[in-house]
Structure formats: structure tokens, C-alpha cells
Design a protein around this ligand. Structure first.
Ligand code: ZN
Length: 294
């Protein structure tokens, strides 16, 4: 069997809110969205405003080749900057599209209910049940794994303790780590295919001494994507109201003071105030040379 494609494309790299303009031209001003191509499968992580342009690309492709758009969408959590593009994701309006949507149940609220809440009048004109696509939305948990097998087969959700089996070639597996290092919690995803591993770990705040569970979860990763909103010297400039001493996003130094196992280090989630100039400055310093922004 020829080697299958396994690639990642960033469509949104900002946290908090979109920031278009000259200071974000190079790395983009949209909020979080990642496109992963794994063999025959399309996986989208988060639906910040970046998913709008991705949707336009997919729709244009569909209009040209008439093939239905089939995608698996993973939500890390449901804060605005990870969901605000979803109501404008044009494939969800096409009757031929099939979207398998997974994410956490947070604060006792099902993912489907939270996504629907953001699209109900009077805050949005189109109710979710007016969308023509087939959407299968379900909560997943740490003890479950999402598996993509044959190209046309829907994803399977397996219990990692009771339903383990050897991975077959071309099969895609998505594991979850539920981190509590963010308000209401967050899912970190590990996507694996044919021995290659990609980790998406955004909005994870640091712990003193590092996040051991996260480091363990990342072991053997080929590509680790995590937020790098704050430098150590930024101290508490990102402190949230009512959460003294706590920042909403991560300081990468607090977790990985030196380059560990993963081979690549894009750091996609930066605050809107983090400009192209910031990244150039950061990357020019030798002690930060392992960082690779987009
Ligand atoms: Zn968040």
C-alpha cells in the first residue's frame, strides 16, 4: 500500500477574538481552526473563524467535483474562539454534507446543546435544524477513542479499555486527554495514523513543574501543536477577571523548558495582541530556536 498523506493546515491561529489587519497579515487573524488530512479522511479541529475560509474552499471543491463533503470535526472546548465560525461553515448548509462532530460534555451540558445555543434567535438568524447537512453530534470522554477506517464508513467510537485492537494500515485513531488546566476544562487530541502522531493541545495553562499528564500524553509525537500566548516575562498580563494569578492560555516555558520528544513545534494559538513582529523577535533568539511559528 502506498504511503498515505498525513498533513496539517492552519486556518486560524488566534485566541480570544479575530484580529485582521497589517500586524497579523503573515500568520493570519482568524481564531482557531486546523485542517488535518489523514489518508482519505478530513478531520477539522475547532471551528473558530478560520473554519469559514476552509468551508469556502471545501464548497468550491464540491461544486467542481460534485462529491459530498464528509468531515470529522473535533472540538477542544466550546469557548467562542473555538466555535464562532461554525454558524458560517458553508458545508453545513449543503444537503449532501455529512459532519461527524465530537467534543466534550462540559458543565453537564451536551456538546450538541451548547453548539445549538450559539445559533438560536435572537443571537443568530438561522436555527441549527434548518441546516440541510447531516450532522451527527456526540460527546466523547477520555476513556473513548474515535476510529476512522474505510473511506466511506462513519467514525466508530470505542472504549479504550474494553475494545482495544491492533491498528490496521490507513486507520486513523483519535485519543482524548481531558485537561483541567483551563476554565471548564479542555480536550487535548492525539491523532494517529500508520505510526505517526499529531497532538493538538491548545488553551492549556501551565502547572508549576510542568503538566505531567500532558507530557505523558505527548510521548512519541511527530508534531506537537500547542498555544504559546505568553512569554515568561509577560507574567500576568493575560489574567482573567476573578481569576487572580491565572491566565487563560499557556506559557510554553512552564511546560517544556527545553525541547523534548516531538519533532516540530508550531505554536498556533497566540493572542490577537501577539503580532508578526512578536514571532520574528521570539524566533530570532537562540534560546527559542526550537519554536517554529507558522
Ligand atoms: Zn478557551
Amino acid at each position: 500500500m502506498p504511503e498515505q498523506t498525513f498533513s496539517a493546515t492552519f486556518w486560524g491561529v488566534r485566541g480570544g477574538y479575530p484580529k485582521p489587519g497589517p500586524t497579523t497579515n503573515k500568520f493570519g487573524g482568524n481564531t482557531t481552526c486546523l485542517e488535518v488530512r489523514a489518508g482519505y479522511h478530513l478531520i477539522i479541529v475547532d471551528a473558530g473563524t478560520g473554519i469559514i475560509s476552509l468551508g469556502e474552499k471545501l464548497t468550491a471543491q464540491h461544486q467542481a467535483d460534485k462529491k459530498p463533503i464528509v468531515a470529522t470535526i473535533l472540538f477542544t472546548h466550546t469557548h467562542h474562539d473555538h466555535t464562532q465560525g461554525f454558524p458560517f461553515f458553508t458545508p453545513s448548509r449543503l444537503g449532501s454534507s455529512v459532519l461527524h462532530i465530537f467534543g466534550p460534555k462540559l458543565l453537564h451540558q451536551d456538546l450538541e446543546a451548547v453548539l445549538a445555543h450559539a445559533m438560536l434567535p435572537p443571537v443568530f438568524p438561522v436555527e441549527p435544524d434548518k441546516l440541510r447537512s447531516l450532522r451527527v453530534i456526540r460527546n466523547v470522554s477520555e476513556s473513548e477513542m474515535i476510529v476512522l477506517g474505510e473511506p466511506d464508513a462513519p467514525p466508530q467510537v470505542c472504549n479504550v479499555y474494553r475494545e482495544y485492537k491492533e491498528c490496521s494500515p490507513g486507520e486513523v485513531r483519535m485519543r482524548v486527554m481531558h485537561s483541567y488546566a483551563h476554565p471548564q476544562g479542555i480536550f487535548v487530541y492525539r491523532i494517529e495514523m500508520d505510526g505517526k502522531k499529531l497532538i493538538f493541545a491548545t488553551d492549556v495553562e501551565g502547572y508549576a513543574g510542568g503538566d505531567r499528564r500532558l507530557i505523558q500524553f505527548d510521548q512519541g509525537a511527530d508534531l506537537l501543536i500547542h498555544d504559546a500566548e505568553l512569554l515568561r516575562r509577560s507574567t500576568l498580563t493575560g489574567t482573567l477577571p476573578g481569576r487572580a494569578g491565572v491566565t487563560a492560555h499557556g506559557r510554553w516555558q512552564s511546560r517544556w523548558p527545553k525541547p523534548p520528544g516531538p519533532k516540530s513545534w508550531p505554536s498556533p494559538i497566540t493572542m490577537p495582541s501577539t503580532t508578526t513582529h512578536f514571532w520574528k523577535t521570539l524566533n530570532n533568539g537562540p534560546k527559542h530556536s526550537f519554536l517554529r511559528p507558522l
